[in-house]
Ligand binder design. Structure first.
Ligand SMILES: Nc1ncnc2c1ncn2[C@@H]1O[C@H](COP(=O)(O)OP(=O)(O)OP(=O)(O)O)[C@@H](O)[C@H]1O
Length: 246
């Protein structure tokens, strides 16, 4: 596969905190334009993995590349080129929608900043509320704004950590429509989720528990491999295998 077609290729990434292992040897290959879903119980290492992939956390061991840049030596470049949406959106609640977006655009040194902020506000349909404080927006709007903000510098790789937690079904559907459009345009997406209907929308899935990637594949492959009909049952089977191994 030509290198340009691979967005993420990492081998054996590991990270411990205070002697406790959070991620144990994560290996992952994600092709450009894929939507890769991270599934796993709370505390299984999804956020830690995502932070290593976007250059925010240095792995204790392992190696690899994101968007062709070395994870260990070019983490600054990676940080500038990926869009990372955290579980908590991290808005300045006492600044307006426009001020928040302008801040993000400055941080990423977006060219034609004012025009980009204007376009983002128009795309969101938030013209009438651009001067409203973010603290007064609903959860659904904050989430839309968060996605728009992490797209301002036109990243080729999006890392989304439980991006739809706590938003209503309609907002989730709109969110996923946008993700599909972005992926069709060549953006690679890695998304962690606890929702099985979202897992079904991913091109491939990885199940993580206790810091280990226990199974990977398309939804169809995983259902066949474990002889079950629903993705949540794959999860149960994966956890059973884990118990047998311990
Ligand atoms: N900065 C940190 N300092 C100490 N321990 C940490 C830190 N970050 C994560 N951990 C620990 O590492 C483990 C993995 O956490 P992580 O947040 O990566 O899991 P997760 O799969 O994203 O969980 P969730 O679904 O709840 O978000 C947990 O035991 C967590 O307490």
């Amino acid at each position: 596969m030509p290198e340009a077609d691979i967005a993420i290729e990492v081998e054996g990434l590991a990270k411990s905190f205070g002697g406790r292992s959070a991620v144990k040897g994560l290996s992952l290959h994600v092709q450009r334009g894929e939507i890769f879903g991270f599934l796993g119980p709370n505390g299984s290492g999804k956020t830690t993995s995502i932070r290593m992939l976007c250059g925010l956390l240095t792995p204790d061991s392992g190696r690899g590349r994101c968007l062709g840049h070395d994870l260990l030596t070019e983490s600054r470049t990676i940080r500038r080129e990926v869009g990372y949406m955290t579980q908590r959106f991290g808005w300045y609640e006492d600044l307006s929608v426009r001020e928040n977006l302008d801040f993000v655009a400055r941080m990423y040194e977006v060219r034609d900043r004012a025009a980009k902020v204007d376009r983002t506000i128009a795309d969101l349909g938030l013209e009438a509320r651009q001067h409203q404080l973010v603290g007064g927006l609903s959860g659904g709007w904050k989430q839309r704004l968060a996605l728009a903000a992490c797209l301002m510098h036109d990243p080729k790789l999006l890392l989304l950590d439980e991006p739809t937690a706590g938003v209503d079904p309609r907002a989730r559907r709109e969110f996923w429509d946008q993700i599909k459009r972005l992926a069709a345009g060549g953006v690679t997406v890695l998304v962690s989720t606890h929702y099985m209907d979202e897992a079904e929308r991913c091109t491939r899935l990885g199940y993580i528990a206790y810091g280990e990637m226990l199974a990977q594949g398309t939804a169809t492959e995983l259902l066949q491999r474990f002889g079950v009909e629903r993705l949540e049952d794959v999860f149960i089977e994966v956890m059973k295998d884990l118990k047998d191994l311990r």
